[in-house]
Design a protein around this ligand. Structure first.
Ligand code: KG4
Ligand code: ZN
Length: 363
């Protein structure tokens, strides 16, 4: 049995997997209520909350499944990248448990966890594939050659796609995380009418950029009187109670037009990358992979390129510990000779993030 721990940002997550990779428990204690009113994650609050929640969540998962420390073969924990204060809670707790139980601790990179997460729900997925990670902190296009053998072929030059969703929501008066709210409200607008510029459209490089799009949305919101700075942030439930009026419609239009543009940027890149690499499998992952329109658009691209399209279930898109346990297990299967490095540290940096982009096309 494997116990997996994920505390890289604002969710405390714990999973149990057997050595075949079957997920027996996949629990998440969300901190959304703690951060939503600030329009983003407050790092100090996040680590304090992990300190309180993580031990209780681990005890809950172990007792519910009648697992004791002696049943564990190893522990997996996210050690990078993320908020260091949050990572330190998970890593310290994992070290202590592994030391007490006398078992190995396998550190996992959160981005690699996301990259392999589509395997959890797609047993037909195989290497090599084109992986698109779109989360609150990252937008990475990666050629996944083999376990641990990755070629970064594009990344965001500024904001991550999820960050753009969160910022657009905040500037129009909506709570964190903005992605799910924008996704829901956009479904209420059949014909988005605003044409925001498609970032880097004319460039052949496979990078992404969302800062310009965010500014275009901001300028539009300012013009429409929908830009807010000092209002109490609201959620989808409250939006639903508003009377039907033009403000409500204009918000729907801004969100749907923005979301359509983001989906288009991702579709353009995936189409280009599938064509240039010759890969015939596309896997979308990370929190933004929960987005309905992005999934639909990428499915169309995959169909057009005669490629298969894979994405994790909703549970495994956003941060979770099952993907951390799954990733550690793949390394365990390669070499079961892991130990416990008591000097293991947490890092805000990811090796995947530090990699140079390999350009596949001239700029
Ligand atoms: O992977 P994740 O849970 O955490 C990070 O590693 O960042 O991703 C969180 C991000 C947030 O920016 C959130 O707004 C976005 O994923 N997100 C969505 C949706 N659900 C979550 N973005 C667009 N549409 C959604 N349905
Ligand atoms: Zn994540």
């Amino acid at each position: 049995m494997i116990l997996a721990i994920e505390t890289s940002c604002d969710d405390s997550a714990v999973a149990l997997l057997d050595l075949e990779g079957n997920v027996l428990a996949n629990e998440i204690s969300s901190q959304v209520q703690l951060h939503e009113k600030y329009g983003g994650v407050v790092p100090e609050l996040a680590s304090r909350s992990h300190l309180q929640t993580l031990p209780l969540l681990i005890r809950h998962v172990l007792t519910t499944h009648q697992i004791s420390l002696k049943d564990l073969t190893f522990i997996a924990a996210t050690s990078s990248p993320g908020l260091v204060g949050s990572l330190l809670i998970g890593v310290s707790y994992a070290k202590t448990l592994a030391w007490t139980a006398g078992i190995p601790l396998i550190p996992v990179d959160h981005l690699e966890g996301h990259l392999l997460a589509p395997f959890l729900d797609n047993p037909d997925l195989a290497f090599p594939y084109l992986g698109l990670i779109v989360s609150g902190g990252h937008t990475h296009l990666i050629q996944v050659n083999q376990l641990g053998n990755y070629t970064l072929i594009g990344k965001t030059l500024d904001d991550a796609a999820g960050e753009a969703f969160d910022k657009v929501a905040k500037m129009t008066g909506f709570k964190y995380p903005g992605g799910p709210i924008i996704d829901k409200i956009s479904q209420e607008c059949e014909f988005p009418s605003i044409s925001f510029p498609i970032p880097l459209r004319s460039k052949k490089v496979m990078n992404f950029s969302y800062a310009g799009l965010k500014t275009a949305v901001r300028n539009h919101a300012l013009k429409e009187g929908l830009y807010v700075t000092d209002k109490k942030l609201i959620g989808y439930e409250e939006f639903k109670t508003w009377p039907e009026n033009s403000t409500k419609d204009r918000i729907r239009d801004i969100f749907a037009s923005f979301q359509k543009t983001v989906a288009e940027t991702l579709a353009i890149r995936c189409n280009q990358a599938l064509k240039v690499t010759g890969l015939n499998r596309l896997a979308l992952t990370g929190g933004v992979a929960a987005n309905s329109e992005i999934k639909t658009r990428l499915q169309e691209i995959a169909n057009k390129r005669k490629s298969s399209f894979h994405f994790p279930s909703l549970r495994n898109c956003t941060d979770n510990a099952a993907m951390i346990g799954y990733t550690a297990l793949q390394y365990w299967k390669q070499n079961s000779n892991h130990g416990l490095d008591l000097s293991l540290n947490a890092s805000s940096k990811s090796p995947l993030n530090q990699m140079e982009v390999t350009p596949l096309l001239p700029d």
